[in-house]
Design a protein around this ligand. Structure first.
Ligand SMILES: *[C@@H]1O[C@H](CO)[C@@H](O)[C@H](O)[C@H]1NC(C)=O
Ligand SMILES: *[C@@H]1O[C@H](CO)[C@@H](O)[C@H](O)[C@H]1NC(C)=O
Length: 541
């Protein structure tokens, strides 16, 4: 019977009485200790609806990327980081004076250039504007607010920063940018914060003190597009520069320290937000509903992490580890979804084994040579987990679900060095990966039962009726997994944009006419579309 199970299980079995191993002990000993040592390895069980790990996973995977943070504007993370030495920061203004107050700088000149407007005279005739280029001469300590945190909008994008500063997010203060930057810089001064990173059409660094950490490289009086009719090249230039950081790795001029990340999706930190999110779609999740005590805890945590030294934590490269999981599944789940959705009754017999092969390919690293369906094994294995037909596939699920982080759970030295942010990251990764694996293993095992697998004989004949039932089930599982993960990598223009166009998600302040008042779906739930990238430009409605 040992041949039936994976090596991991077999090792556990050898230290247990040989006859009918007690299931609970068996499962507990081999479950990943992600704060869920009693995790029930039940292939039918879906994640708790209040669980937010998949949202932590997605927002962390999306940090500093323009596309996902344009799609979901209401940021939920505050992350300390740095801007390295030698980074250029651009500041458009009406004169050539080095700012004596905190000011906004852009990581791209296309963005800062839109702030040259100051210098326009009443008659609109001025020909130029000032662009100051600064360079960092030491690493700047910054704090990053994710989402479209620079979009001066109601309904959530500015919640995190305003709550931090003012204890509330008041729609009337949306445009109080001078006070906001002054207050942010005053607040962070004692914590050694040099600036704040936010995102709107592109990324910006709000610099608190231009006499400390940055030097003026050049102050240039540039010829400028000042006439109203010439605004379009400016706008499209900025949209394009933002798109350069649309996808992974995003804006790389900012380096984040994930060991100090604070997430408003951390339910242990902000339990008051759980009921607030109930029955709301993700677009509508806001940080504003946080209770005063929870906000106090967040602030204290933030001050703690900012006050702690550098080089904290385990040394695990979380950004890459998260990316490994996204890489492994993003394209494949998309392909799987495509295959499922384009399979017809006519193509069912041809397509079903192809889909099964795709499932097997995804799970290949975890399907041992000894993995066999229960009906092929000797007596004993069937009683291993009563009532669940896919029990034989559980070792595949476990291996798939735990392989990437098993070493962290097993290494107590490493575990003891995890910061609380890292423990949050670990739990989110484990739970997300486990759910992906659960769905895939379940789908795959169903296909094995139906005799669709190329390497394992099935239990049933694959009649058209059975196959269409399986297809239906597969679709349901794949669709709900994809919806649950909600990765923005899947949000694309379909069909792909032609060479003259780029794929665009509506972003502040270019919602078209009356951008402040729009309440339609396009405004609330940005959908991608192709826009022209040179003249004549598309109308941004
Ligand atoms: C516009 O204003 C500028 C600066 O005030 C002035 O020098 C220029 O002559 C004016 N141009 C026209 C066409 O009135
Ligand atoms: C989810 O949270 C709500 C609000 O706190 C609570 O009433 C509900 O019981 C929770 N659901 C589960 C499945 O725990």
């Amino acid at each position: 019977m040992f041949l039936v199970f994976s090596a991991v299980v077999a090792v556990v079995l050898t230290v247990l009485p040989m006859a009918s191993p007690p299931r609970q002990i068996l499962l507990q000993q081999i479950s990943p200790d992600s704060g869920s040592s009693t995790f029930d390895w039940n292939l039918e069980a879906t994640p708790d609806t209040n669980w937010t790990g998949h949202l932590i996973f997605d927002t962390v995977s999306s940090l500093l990327q323009h596309w996902p943070n344009t799609r979901h504007r209401n940021g939920h993370n505050i992350v300390p980081g740095s801007v390295p030495v030698g980074t250029l920061l651009y500041h458009g203004r009406g004169n050539n004076a080095i700012p004596t107050l905190p000011e906004w700088t852009a990581t791209n000149p296309e963005h800062s250039f839109t702030f040259c407007w100051d210098s326009m005279t009443n008659n609109g005739s001025i020909a130029g504007c000032w662009q100051l280029t600064f360079v960092t001469v030491r690493p700047l300590r910054v704090l990053y607010f994710d989402g479209s945190s620079g979009a001066k909008m109601e309904n959530g994008p500015m919640d995190a920063q305003d709550l931090l500063l003012w204890g509330t997010a008041d729609p009337a203060r949306r445009m109080d940018e001078r006070e906001r930057i002054n207050d942010l810089c005053a607040w962070g001064k004692y914590l050694g914060i040099d600036g704040y990173v936010r995102m709107e059409m592109d990324f910006e660094v709000m610099v608190c003190d231009f006499s400390n950490g940055v030097e003026l490289l050049s102050a240039d009086y540039l010829s400028a597009w000042m006439k109203e009719s010439a605004r379009e090249p400016l706008i499209f230039g900025t949209i394009l520069s933002g798109s350069w950081h649309g996808r992974y790795p995003g804006e790389t001029r900012v380096h984040l320290d994930l060991t100090k990340l604070i997430s408003f999706y951390d339910t242990s930190l902000t339990p008051s937000l759980i009921p607030d999110r109930e029955s709301k779609e993700r677009w509508d999740h806001r940080v504003l509903g946080i209770s005063a005590p929870d906000l106090a805890v967040v602030k204290r945590r933030l001050q703690d992490v900012l006050g702690s030294g550098t080089n904290m934590g385990s040394g695990v490269d979380w950004k890459t580890l998260y990316r490994v999981v996204v890489d492994r599944y993003a394209d494949r789940l998309e392909t799987l979804d495509y295959l499922l959705d384009t399979t017809t009754t006519e193509s069912l017999h041809e397509r079903a084994p192809i889909i099964q092969t795709e499932l097997r390919i995804m799970l290949t690293p975890y399907i041992l040579y000894t993995t066999r369906p229960s009906w092929l094994s000797t007596a004993g294995s069937a009683s291993y987990v009563e009532g669940i037909d896919e029990a034989w596939a559980l070792p595949v699920w476990r291996a798939c679900a735990t392989r990437h982080t098993e070493h962290i759970h097993k290494n107590s030295g490493l575990q003891s060095r995890l910061t609380s942010s890292e423990r949050l990251l670990l739990g989110a990764l484990d739970g997300t990966n486990r759910e992906i694996c659960r769905v895939l293993v379940r789908m795959w095992a169903t296909g094995v039962h139906a005799g669709l697998d190329a390497l394992l004989p099935g239990k049933e004949d694959s009649s058209t009726l059975v196959l269409s039932q399986i297809l239906k089930q597969w679709r349901t599982h794949a669709h709900s997994l994809i919806a649950w993960l909600d990765w923005s990598v899947w949000v694309k223009c379909r069909p792909t944009c032609p060479a003259e166009e780029i794929c665009y998600l509506p972003t502040w302040p270019y919602f078209g006419v009356n951008e402040w008042d729009r309440k339609d779906e396009q405004w609330k739930r940005p959908q991608p579309r192709c826009i022209r990238k040179f003249q004549p430009y598309s109308v941004l409605t």
